[in-house]
Design a protein. Structure first.
Length: 203
């Protein structure tokens, strides 16, 4: 198998980026980028730490982050599985990447920057939903921000109902857990109880 081992080989293969690929990048939130951020209910959060890389899904009612100023975002850490992989990474390595998705739109938005965590009581309370505040808020300083064209979303047919997968054709979380734990956890009971459990612990 032939592999690419140098930047020179890579650039020779792909050539130079087009002007549109460069002029779209900036270090602050423009009015148009603000509209994309505010419309997005979902973002993938990428972090890096001593154990390696992590990419975590984050979602909230549109938008899933709060714009504090033109270079700062705030994202509540809602309830999850308590692995806190992303948060562990941020404490030790502040570099982060964000990929925003907007249902129905092929355009995505990418942000690279630095993050820190806050547990300021007033800030936490400002993000409360159903009187439940997050335990921390991720504060993101933007280093670069730019949109990504729709090719990947169109190729995937992400928003095309005809391309949607029937969930019953996939393994359930309970089945995965049972297989991974030799039936010590998971199983049908886990799946049957998940909806009611999630409803009580959504926030």
């Amino acid at each position: 198998m032939t592999t690419i081992g140098t930047i020179e080989e890579l650039e020779a293969l792909y050539g130079l980026p087009k002007q549109a690929s460069l002029v779209k990048e900036t270090d602050r939130i423009t009015p148009q980028y603000r509209r994309l951020i505010e419309a997005s209910p979902f973002v993938a959060l990428a972090t890096s730490g001593p154990e390696g890389l992590d990419c975590s899904p984050r979602g909230d009612p549109s938008g899933c982050v709060r714009i504090y100023d033109d270079q700062t975002l705030m994202m509540p850490d809602r309830r999850g599985n308590n692995r806190i992989d992303s948060l562990r990474n941020i404490v030790r390595d502040p570099r982060i990447g964000l990929l925003f998705l907007i249902p129905g739109s092929g355009t995505t938005l990418r942000i690279n920057g630095q993050a820190r965590l806050s547990n300021d009581p007033e800030l936490l309370q400002s993000f409360a939903v159903s009187e439940k505040a997050p335990r921390s808020v991720i504060i993101i300083t933007i280093g670069s921000i730019y949109f990504q064209c729709a090719r990947a979303v169109l190729r995937a047919g992400l928003w095309n109902p005809e391309r949607h997968v029937n969930p019953t054709d996939l393994p359930t979380p309970g089945q995965i857990l049972a297989e991974m734990s030799d039936n010590a956890v998971g199983g049908a009971d886990y799946d049957d109880e998940w909806n009611s459990r999630a409803e009580k612990t959504m926030w």
